[in-house]
Design a protein around this ligand. Structure first.
Ligand SMILES: NC(=O)C1=CN([C@@H]2O[C@H](COP(=O)(O)OP(=O)(O)OC[C@H]3O[C@@H](n4cnc5c(N)ncnc54)[C@H](O)[C@@H]3O)[C@@H](O)[C@H]2O)[C@H](O)CC1
Ligand SMILES: [K+]
Length: 508
């Protein structure tokens, strides 16, 4: 699904109005009607509801929601914030209707002292600002935002389109923003929802289709995307009936050192669970038995060194469809030298994680020697060590994308919505996964999955989109059965099978 900027959303709005065609008033009624229906599905008409409206079209949506809920018998109070701006045309039209039919349900608020006494359990609807926000909320309006946030533990807060105060496409650091439990976002995600610095604001995001014109959506290019199951179904390749283990590639995993062999075993197990035909693991001598017992289906090659890998470059030949390198590898100078020699001989896209990334941050010139189309999988700290720090998440995203283009690599920044930056400048956010996956080893599992998919001849882009999706999906299945607290990285591997089956049900 594309993620459009606020400016593109305005264009989509205008395109729909002139090409469907539909009046802007009716489009607002359609959009806000979806919000009202969402609320009616979840709350009974006994529910007191307070709707805070700004004077633009987001406020206009609030008025339409108020009208529709009042017609359904909900005790609604429409709190209209009178901050001096001129009301939008569609706001005015809906204000007149509300005023005509329910004058007693309107309360005008002109300063922070006008903030209403809320009855226990009242639901707050935030329709103050949406995509039109162009500067931080200030003055007594900011006071209203703080008042609403002060009662967030006692009351459910539902934001219409966006939490007020949040910029759709830029950083809102240190600005007053509503802390919503739910955001009912029209038709698309906004980029701001997906960045960790805004974690407190949007809550659970529900994207409500409002019938924006499909022609605009397909014709307009977007830089940012969020992955979904339909995209995965176009990527996934079912196995062929006459397949043998050679059909699905031979992967080489270079991982492990004394004390971190678990990382190597997790990556190996995940690689095979992702469907690699054959896997060889290159490990130090201390890891031989651990690997053979930990994953009997993997073959094992041992290094000259007892405790860490130093001669893996000698292994890397054309037999291997791809290489995954890094989990538990260690960062000794001899390991780094072998990595450099490996890059001189091996030219297919590989997966680079953990200590292999740390080696790259110590020897950054090696970044330019990576095979084009290779995949880097840093978490935020590793990313910072590799590419430097930034002052906010939007700048970091920009840096991420710039580096992917400059180095012609895929760089995947791990997080709640893992950001996948492509060499062509596009960025995909992954939609699956949960906080239970913030546990040691889950990155090693991802490296294994990506290596396993590359071995099967998925293109790097397909392997990442599908691999990150499945990794998160398996994590979601694991947490549903085991809890976010109790699940471990190994459980992500154990649920890979169910993840495949449920995302791609085999045809009968
Ligand atoms: N996506 C769609 O197709 C539809 C969206 N709808 C809703 O419309 C809003 C966007 O409406 P807009 O009038 O452009 O902006 P806002 O209501 O967010 O803001 C109003 C107005 O306020 C001014 N302003 C901006 N920042 C500040 C500030 N910090 N302090 C004071 N005033 C400020 C500025 O002039 C804005 O224009 C969208 O989010 C949806 O909710 C339609 O209802 C249906 C179609
Ligand atoms: K809002």
């Amino acid at each position: 699904m594309k993620i459009f900027t606020a400016a593109q959303i305005r264009e989509a709005d205008a395109y729909t109005i002139s090409n469907e065609p539909i009046s802007s008033t009716s489009l607002m009624e359609r959009a806000a009607g979806r919000c009202a229906a969402w609320i009616e599905d979840r709350y009974t008409p006994a529910q007191p509801i307070y709707i805070f409206c700004g004077k633009g079209n987001n406020g206009g949506d609030g008025l339409v929601i108020a009208l529709q809920l009042l017609q359904q018998g909900y005790p609604v109070t429409a709190c209209l914030l009178e901050y001096g701006s001129r009301a939008s045309e569609d706001y005015t039209i809906h204000f007149r209707q509300l005023h005509q039919q329910y004058p007693g349900r309107i309360r005008e608020i002109a300063d922070v002292t006008g903030f209403p006494e809320l009855p226990p359990g009242a639901v707050i609807i935030d329709a103050i600002f949406g995509t039109g926000l162009n500067k931080p909320i200030e003055g007594w309006l900011a006071g209203i935002v703080h008042k609403i946030n002060d009662v967030k533990r006692q009351h459910t807060i539902i934001a219409v389109d966006m939490p007020s105060g949040l910029m759709a496409d830029g950083s809102s650091r240190n600005m007053p923003v509503i802390h919503a439990q739910y955001t009912l976002s029209f038709q698309f995600y906004k980029l701001a929802f997906l960045l960790p610095e805004n974690a407190a604001f949007a809550g659970q995001v529900h994207v409500l289709p409002i019938g924006l014109h499909p022609e605009y959506i397909t014709q307009t290019p977007a830089r940012y995307h969020i992955t979904d199951i339909d995209m995965m179904r176009t990527i996934y390749q079912p196995r062929q009936p006459f397949a043998h283990k050679g059909t699905y590639g031979h992967a080489l995993l270079i991982a492990g050192s004394r004390g971190t062999m678990g990382a190597a075993v997790l990556a190996a197990r995940a690689c095979l669970r992702a469907g690699a035909g054959l896997l060889t693991c290159h490990v130090p001598q201390c890891g031989y038995e651990i690997m053979q017992l930990g994953e009997p289906a993997a073959m094992c090659s041992t290094d000259e060194q007892p405790d860490f890998n130093t001669h893996f470059h000698e292994q890397a030949d054309a037999r291997y469809k791809t290489i995954g390198i890094g989990p538990g590898l260690g960062t000794s100078a001899a390991t780094a030298r072998s990595f450099e020699k490996l890059l001189a001989v091996y030219k297919r896209p590989m997966v680079i994680d953990a200590d292999a990334l740390n080696i790259l941050s110590v020897y950054p010139y090696l970044l330019y020697q990576l095979p084009a189309g290779s995949i880097l999988t840093p978490h935020p700290k590793e990313f910072e060590r590799l590419f430097g720090s930034t002052t906010n998440d939007f700048e970091r995203l920009e840096l991420l994308s710039r580096q992917a283009v400059r180095l012609q690599l895929y760089i995947l920044l791990k997080g709640r919505y893992t950001a996948i930056a492509c060499p062509d400048g596009a960025v995909y956010f992954n939609a699956t996964g949960n906080p239970g996956m913030a546990t040691g080893g889950s990155g090693d599992v991802l490296t294994g999955i990506l290596t396993g998919l590359l071995a099967q001849d998925y293109s790097p882009k397909a392997a990442i989109l599908l691999g990150v999706w499945l990794h998160g999906y398996a994590g979601d299945l694991a947490s549903a059965e085991l809890s976010q607290e109790a699940m471990t990285a190994g459980d992500i591997i154990n649920f890979m099978g169910k993840a495949f089956l449920s995302c791609f049900p085999p045809e009968m």
